[in-house]
Write a protein that binds this ligand. Structure first.
Ligand code: HEC
Length: 131
């Protein structure tokens, strides 16, 4: 693959919202609306977070999957704290640094704007800044 083709492929992947290692190495980000991020974040949440935090953010308190309720209590969690928590993990929460900037931005935006929370976007730029 020559250089031009590589750039074209990466640009296409970003526009299409497909994230891969190539796309991550390019530090320019396609703008995303709240609706797009929430929609993408919902699917990341279902596959990576719901087992502990519950499909409706209800949390759970037994067994090794115990996790706090996310519904209606995220106000004090800043963009920085939520980005760092997802990237680095917590005392018991696993780290999710294998997710792309876009997936982390999407799932962070999803939890900040679901379950009665209403705290706005976490952008890919903000996530990238905390890697
Ligand atoms: C293995 C269970 C587990 C999984 C999976 C998990 N978490 Fe957590 N999460 C926790 C625990 C336990 C805490 C409490 C903080 C700690 O571990 O130090 C927490 C804390 C949080 C908090 C802070 C809540 C607050 O009120 O302070 C947020 C936000 C959060 N998780 C989001 C996520 C997201 C988004 C995902 C998926 C990418 C995820 N979690 C996956 C267990 C989990």
């Amino acid at each position: 693959m020559n250089c031009r083709a590589g750039i074209a492929t990466t640009a296409f992947a970003l526009t299409a919202g497909v994230s891969d290692v190539d796309a991550q190495s390019v530090e320019t980000f396609a703008p995303a609306s709240l609706e797009e991020l929430v929609k993408e974040g919902a699917s990341v949440y279902r596959s990576r977070c719901a087992e502990c935090h519950g499909l409706n953010g209800e949390g759970q308190w037994q067994d090794h999957d115990a996790a706090p309720r996310l519904a209606g209590k995220l106000a004090p969690l800043s963009v920085e704290r939520i980005a760092l928590l997802i990237i680095q993990g917590g005392s018991y929460m696993p780290r999710f640094d294998s997710l792309t900037h876009r997936e982390i931005a999407a799932v962070a935006t999803f939890v900040r704007n679901s379950f009665g929370n209403n705290h706005g976007i976490v952008s890919e730029e903000e996530v990238a800044g905390h890697r």
